[in-house]
Design a binder for this molecule. Structure first.
Ligand code: CMP
Length: 144
């Protein structure tokens, strides 16, 4: 079965007009976009998405940040896409993210880190099921 991952452009990425550059990195790497939508996300969905973080001191501000504007939710598919996407996106803390990664190039603070990428194949499956209906994912092939 083909590997898929959930990638989101967080509200700061949308507000800073970074959608195109972020999508471009995944396209140029050779991954296949199989789902994409713009969403103003609810606190209910975020509370499921961030189920492990409810007790963290930064959780209330994380909720405010993630609901501060629309998010671009995407599913990308390809060989080792989960691991490769984490490398493309860079460390959670932008101070530790290498130049050339999305966070290393576009962000400075952990609470405004521009992009989300699933951290394992198992988590990717859960996140895709949480954010997308099956009918919103489109399988397609190149015609050559
Ligand atoms: P991400 O890894 O996509 O999902 C969890 C998010 O919580 C993370 O990105 C950051 O945006 C945020 N986060 C993690 N640690 C901190 C922290 N110490 N302070 C503020 N936000 C954090």
């Amino acid at each position: 079965i083909r590997e898929q991952t959930f990638i989101a452009v967080k509200p700061d990425g949308v507000q800073r007009r970074l959608i195109g550059q972020i999508v471009q990195r995944f396209e140029q790497r050779g991954f296949r976009l199989v789902g994409l939508k713009m969403v103003q996300v609810s606190e209910e969905l975020l509370s499921q998405h961030y189920a492990c973080l409810h007790r963290k001191p930064f959780y209330p501000s994380l909720l405010r940040y993630m609901t501060s504007g629309p998010i671009i939710a995407m599913v990308w598919e390809g060989h080792n896409v989960v691991r490769s996407s984490r490398m493309l996106v860079g460390e959670t803390n932008p101070a530790e993210a290498a130049p050339g990664t999305l966070r290393g190039d576009f962000s400075v603070h952990i609470s405004r880190n521009v992009v989300h990428a699933s951290d394992s194949v198992e988590v990717a499956k859960k996140e895709i099921a949480l954010w997308f209906q099956r009918s919103e994912l489109i399988e397609w092939e190149t015609c050559d």
